[in-house]
Design a protein around this ligand. Structure first.
Ligand SMILES: NC(=O)c1ccc[n+]([C@@H]2O[C@H](COP(=O)([O-])OP(=O)(O)OC[C@H]3O[C@@H](n4cnc5c(N)ncnc54)[C@H](OP(=O)(O)O)[C@@H]3O)[C@@H](O)[C@H]2O)c1
Length: 440
């Protein structure tokens, strides 16, 4: 994609504070060795061992790099300056001086660099980021969000989220008492004229980032079930037990989820509907799954119609007297005692345990996260449906409690697939994930 055009495209790698501060007195305003190691890995590693990457930087960023680290080893260092500068060596093979970003990108698009340079990273500083962070040639932005507010004299503009979509966001890391997250945004390809289906592929991302897309957690689980699952006695189900920590902020993107059905199910559960009201919805959900099955070219079976009939009833009337309302209790605790360690919704009864067994909520930094334990679920249709449903439930409760939705963590006991679905699942596993949908 990058190599033979008139100009190379590039990816930005920077770290910034809450206010987008990136530097102070020609230094980074923090000391985060692991963050620096991430920068080293992402900018140095290549898929082809015969190639190296290029790092483009402004002259001041070059000078701000400690002497022992410059030129950055293992990479072609491209330094931008409008004037001759003594601090930049011109007699070493891994340093190039260019008079503008455009001339640098043109040079890198021509031999020998078009063959020897795998990826181009633009690494700052602030003067150049003002023009090139949200520019059309920028394919992706790897932004470490450092959760501090400290004095800075150099700033980056914010990522324009109308132009970019999130690809990956890490859980927070704490180092030297500072909390930070790694985030990757990819440029929306539909904004580039002449873009086609090919352009929707995101393999230009560094492998270590590409594979961190949250959907791989789900895809790897489904792969594990069809490759190494336990077969039941009549050869109709493959299953695995104890599938942990699928972490999602967004619904699965590789597959259609029947959103109306998701909304109806959650509204119905919240309402605590009893049997007569449930029945038509249940029929709808069974029909939905049959439609989804046929859209994947497989025949639906009885398990596809499985539905947590009693979950909503237990949520709203859960104790012996049938009076205790767990949903109100959850909302009350989040509003009045958000650090309560037992903000839970249980659908368990001694005699019967519905498959959506248990949910726990957790509030930190104004974010509401939800972890559920599902005792049993069908993996190809049920997991995406549950992710969408419980993400929606988390958003609804967060809205009511005036906090924002955080992570959704999915723990599964028995995850299984129908053997008649495996062909369709294998087809799905061939497709690479896409950026997550945008939220307005
Ligand atoms: N947190 C991070 O991720 C990060 C990353 C990088 C840097 N930083 C910090 O940012 C600060 C440095 O950034 P800065 O904004 O002061 O400077 P900068 O953007 O790194 O460099 C500015 C210099 O680049 C050259 N330049 C600018 N625009 C150009 C253009 N269009 N064509 C050719 N050359 C051009 C000029 O060099 P001449 O004057 O020689 O013509 C200009 O003085 C430091 O504090 C550094 O530690 C932080």
């Amino acid at each position: 994609m990058e190599a033979h055009n008139a100009q190379r495209s590039y990816q930005v790698v920077i770290a910034a504070t809450r206010d987008m501060g990136i530097g102070m007195d020609m230094k980074l305003p923090w000391d985060l060795p692991n963050e620096y190691q991430f920068f080293q890995h992402i900018t140095t590693r290549t898929c082809d061992p015969r190639k190296r990457n290029a790092t483009i930087m402004g002259r001041k960023s070059w000078e701000a790099t400690p002497l022992e680290f410059r030129p950055l080893p293992g990479r072609l260092n491209v330094v931008l300056t409008r004037s001759y500068c003594h601090s930049i060596p011109t007699d070493v093979d891994n340093v190039l001086v260019c008079g503008s970003m455009e001339s640098a990108l043109e040079l890198l698009a021509k031999p020998p660099y078009s063959f020897s340079i795998e990826k181009v990273f633009f690494i700052g500083g602030g003067e150049l980021l003002r023009h090139y962070l949200n520019a059309p040639s920028c394919d992706a932005i790897h932004l470490t969000e450092v959760d501090i507010s400290v004095p800075c004299d150099t700033f980056s503009p914010r990522v324009d989220t109308c132009l970019c979509r999130p690809w990956y966001s890490s859980l927070p890391v704490v180092e030297n008492g500072i909390r930070y997250c790694f985030n990757t945004y990819v440029r929306r390809k539909d904004l580039i004229s002449g873009s086609d289906v090919e352009a929707e592929k995101y393999s230009f991302l560094p492998k270590m980032v590409f594979e961190r897309h949250e959907e791989f957690g789900y895809l790897n689980l489904v792969q594990q079930i069809i490759s190494h699952g336990d077969m039941n006695d009549n050869n109709t189900l493959l299953s695995k037990f104890g599938c942990q920590r699928l972490i999602f902020f967004y619904p699965v993107v590789l597959q259609k989820v029947f959103w109306v059905g998701v909304v109806e199910e959650i509204l119905q559960l919240i309402s605590g509907s009893t049997y007569p009201k449930v029945k038509p919805k249940l029929t709808l959900l069974i029909e939905t799954n049959i439609i989804l099955c046929s859209s994947f070219g497989v025949k639906a079976t009885e398990e596809d119609g499985d539905h947590p009939l009693l979950t909503g009833l237990y949520w709203r009337h859960s104790d012996a007297s049938q009076e205790f309302d767990q949903i109100s209790d959850v909302i009350n605790k989040i509003k009045n005692n958000p650090h309560d360690r037992g903000i839970t919704l249980s659908a368990c009864k001694l005699s019967l345990s519905p498959c959506q067994t248990f949910a726990q909520f957790y509030v930190a930094n104004g974010e509401l996260s939800c972890q559920i334990y599902q005792s049993s679920t069908e993996a190809s249709l049920g997991i995406p449906f549950s992710i969408a449903a419980y993400s929606l439930l988390t958003c609804i409760i967060a809205h009511v409690c005036d906090v924002v939705a955080g992570d959704f963590i999915h723990l599964i006991g028995d995850a299984h697939v129908n053997t008649s679905h495996t062909k369709a699942i294998q087809k799905q596993l061939q497709i690479s994930p896409k950026p997550f949908p945008e939220t307005n």
